[in-house]
Design a protein around this ligand. Structure first.
Ligand SMILES: [Zn+2]
Ligand SMILES: [Zn+2]
Length: 255
């Protein structure tokens, strides 16, 4: 059974066919999913979804692209919601240097504040890292994020960055890109990540794995990611699924 550790069932793309999407995930062997909220609307929706479905959990935080919009009240609100038993992590937070809606300094400040919050409420952190590997690692170190650990979601860094994250108690999660034919780096890195720190995800509706690249991604496709990672690890899909699901439950404190 698989655990998709990063889904956005809480955005418009799934409004029309949420039930069917969830049914397809279950048919594909997905046992649990972590719904990631990253602004007002998506956090509200994530909190609703975890009430509606037993096997859904939520992570709540503020996306780095929208860091300019995050107020102290928002942070307070996230802190209050984080007491809910089905909120399993803070985030996604981090840095995204691909888009320039929020200046780097603003992103860094919002990131630091969310690390402080995660430590305060004692939850792991979900990190979004786009073209910002070294700055992410530096901030995680400066803020002693190893106290909570968390997930480097849809990891795209090299082994040097991965090693520093592992040293800080973080898990490395792979998504669709590990299946792309021309993507060498995530395949090399996946081979080397210790089995007890490995996770799989879709980040749906984004980044659909091969052979669905370019289409809307959905949680059922986490099986395609898991199959590729199992192949790289030279193990069966069942073994890989069992270990990564165990890792996710342990990290999220799900019994
Ligand atoms: Zn992300
Ligand atoms: Zn995401």
């Amino acid at each position: 059974m698989l655990f998709d550790t990063h889904v956005h069932l809480n955005i418009d793309s799934f409004e029309e066919d949420l039930e069917e999407t969830i049914a397809r995930a279950q048919e594909a062997g997905v046992e649990s999913m972590n719904v990631v909220g990253f602004d007002h609307e998506t956090i509200k929706k994530a909190m609703q979804l975890v009430e509606d479905y037993d096997f859904l959990y939520a992570s709540i935080g503020w996306h780095p692209v929208d860091a300019v919009d995050m107020t102290d009240n928002d942070l307070k609100w996230i802190e209050e919601l984080s007491a809910h038993p089905k909120v399993v992590a803070i985030g996604e937070t981090g840095l995204d240097y691909h888009w320039d809606k929020s200046p780097k300094e603003v992103q860094k400040e919002a990131f630091r504040k969310q690390i402080h919050l995660a430590k305060k409420v004692n939850l792991p952190i979900i990190i979004h890292d786009r073209e910002a590997h070294q700055d992410i690692v530096d901030i995680l170190k400066e803020e002693n994020a190893s106290e909570t650990g968390g997930i480097m979601h849809c990891f795209g860094g090299d082994m040097e960055i991965a090693r520093q994250c592992l040293d800080m108690n973080f898990h490395i999660s792979f998504g669709g890109p590990v299946t792309f034919k021309n993507a060498k780096l995530p395949k090399e890195v996946a081979k080397e990540i210790p089995m007890d720190r490995l996770l799989v995800e879709t980040d749906c509706p984004f980044l659909a794995p091969h052979p669905n690249r370019g289409k809307r991604n959905e949680p059922a496709y986490v099986k395609l990611v898991a199959e590729k990672v199992a192949e790289l690890k030279e193990m069966s899909l069942e073994e890989l699924a069992e270990q990564t699901t165990r890792n996710a439950k342990k990290l999220f404190h799900i019994s």
